[in-house]
Design a protein around this ligand. Sequence first.
Ligand code: GDP
Ligand code: IMO
Ligand code: MG
Length: 427
Amino acid sequence: MPAIVIVGAQWGDEGKGKATDHLGSQVDYVVKFNGGNNAGHTVVIGDQKFALHLLPSGILTPGCTPVIGNGVVVDIDVLFEEIEGLEARGVDTSGLKLSANAHVIADYNRTIDKVTERFLGSRRIGTTGRGIGPTYADKMNRIGIRVQDLFDEKILTAKVEGALELKGQILTKIYNRRAPSVEQTVEELLAHAERLSPYVCDTGLLLGQALDRDEVVLLEAGQATLLDVDHGTYPFVTSSSATSGGACTGSGIPPTRIDQVIAIAKAYTTRVGEGPFPTELHDDSGEFLRKAGWEYGTTTGRPRRCGWVDTVITRYAERVNGVTDFVLTKLDVLTGLEQVPVCVAYDVDGVRHDEMPVNQSDFHHATPIYEYLPGWWEDISDARDFADLPKNAQAYVERVEELSNARISVIGVGPEREQAVVRHALR
Ligand code: GDP
Ligand code: IMO
Ligand code: MG
């Protein structure tokens, strides 16, 4: 049986959590393969609202095994806070599996994330301040701490000593901060080790065997294509591989086992943090989208920057991820507009670009070229079939689909589990 990947097509918060939940009952494993608690997924089930950060959204589906893969960076305190919060609301989290190879976010890396942002001033990235970047940097620098290190105090102490030799100097000499001691750091990391141990295993082996048994594995990305460290709007990106390729390295599942890639795209565009955003709106229309779409971050509460849909980006996402299906979310938010602009290409210094410019400075200077489609006024939140949508809403979806090079299989018409129009069943 196949592995399926879900990715974000834009700059995050497209509704990946809801899409994972939508598929939940049809899959046996849901794997988070990148990022950490910088993610924030809101899932609405009946009158209950869940905000997930580190745990995969599949944890809300009984019978589905949630897995945190090797590509994730784990804040252990946050992990237990989230587990306790869900258990208190009656969600069974006992089936959780955590990769022994996942890296752990140490306190010094949370500090370094925050002080680096302050130090950068106007060049800051606008990170979530969760220690994500410095922890991935340690992984690449080969001074990271992995989950498996927590079960051998001698090894852990040696690794923390090695890491602090460098990080301690950075904190004291560059940032004028107090560096934590080795003992203090080891103690903090060991605080939950015993509680962690039942969850820890070789998740690559577990998932490989599940696929051999014909079970369905869903790989759920945090962040999104334009936040990917290689394919995103570098340096205004996160520090992990958020595209479909990252699903392989972050889980241990090979590319030959993946046969479906579902990209989630909002019917408009949002971004949190700094960085270029060609269709961004600074006027009443932007405020309209922010209010109607309730565009405030699940993780940091920051207002999200809002703009019209950009099909240069969705086309790029289709190409980079090998998208088989798009899920177009939040179409309901566009209800009530006279006209709905669709960005079809960019103008960069008088030259038309139909594809994403490879040069970031061109992207910074890109002016959107719009097509204006007629809007609709009817409430679409109860639509369940494509034919239930007003003709102008159907035409909007069809035009975005045509410009994005892959079929739009599901359309979101509200935050709740059932609020979706299914044109092609995802499974
Ligand atoms: P994620 O990070 O990609 O999982 O997305 P977030 O959860 O951060 O942000 C998406 C927000 O949109 C959440 O509050 C969802 O409940 C909400 N949402 C998802 N799909 C729809 C939709 O089709 N319509 C509306 N109105 N809200 C939606
Ligand atoms: P989900 O999974 C939106 C953004 C931050 C910042 C940049 C780097 O909910 O879609 P980091 O803390 O990762 O080093 O910050 O990436 N960012 C997100 N934006 N949704 C997310 O996750 C994000 N995760 C990180 O705002 O601009
Ligand atoms: Mg989010």
